[in-house]
Design a binder for this molecule. Sequence first.
Ligand code: ATP
Ligand code: MG
Length: 254
Amino acid sequence: MRRLAVINMKGGVGKTTSAIHIAAGLAASPGKSGKRVLLIDADPQGNVSHTLGIRPTRTFEEFMGGEATFEEAVLSNVRPNLDIIASTPAAFALERRIAGETQRETILSRRLRTVTGYSAIVMDTSPAMNLLTYNALLASEELIIPVGMDMMAVIGARQTLAGVAQLSDLWPDRPLKVLAVVPTFVHSGTYATKATLEALDSDPATSPFVFRPGIRQCIDLSYATASHQTIWEYAPRSRAAADYTSLIRHIQRV
Ligand SMILES: Nc1ncnc2c1ncn2[C@@H]1O[C@H](COP(=O)(O)OP(=O)(O)OP(=O)(O)O)[C@@H](O)[C@H]1O
Ligand SMILES: [Mg+2]
């Protein structure tokens, strides 16, 4: 069972869009080890449910707090083979609630210990290195880092990787591997895209992992979100559909 976290401290870089498409894409492609996928929204903004048009009854907050079992918290077959643990703004209180607990960074990982039957678990995270993000990281093995085409997103990625390195020092038995740094909102020909890709290529922390050509800027992604569909449902012939299909293939290869 692969465990992937989609992470960047910078906001608005395409984390939720990427988490949803990675989860839905892996769920839709046949694999040897079964293809059921679990998507966990570890961000209290709750953007996953909004994007996919789900109204969760039980939430990530209740699952983390132990008020809901996995079976109660999970929404099954939100899309074929895709299950979700959804978040709502109620989870903003979680951060405070778990702050005093012992082993508070590994609650999610312990709650998921008995969960089986999935080929992959994909986690969406907040634009912050907070306790919930630590929980997602310590429940993961592989990282996907979307980077929008501006320097602040590169700085966010560097800060994120520094945070990951600190975490790995504290929990050496939970190695985290960067699977891909994914350029998003790519608009070739613009200065911002050129400068951002150069910055990613010249930084040894990111350069070995850059997924090329990345996810191009595509207005259909916003329209898909507004109509509560994935890009393959909304505009299967769009460039974003092609780019996310390439990303899925890349993830399946590595
Ligand atoms: N490649 C793209 N081209 C055009 N629009 C995009 C692209 N990727 C994402 N978007 C749109 O940009 C907005 C922000 O994306 P998203 O919510 O995935 O970012 P995020 O990193 O999860 O944000 P946050 O940090 O707030 O959680 C959304 O409206 C989404 O539809
Ligand atoms: Mg998001």
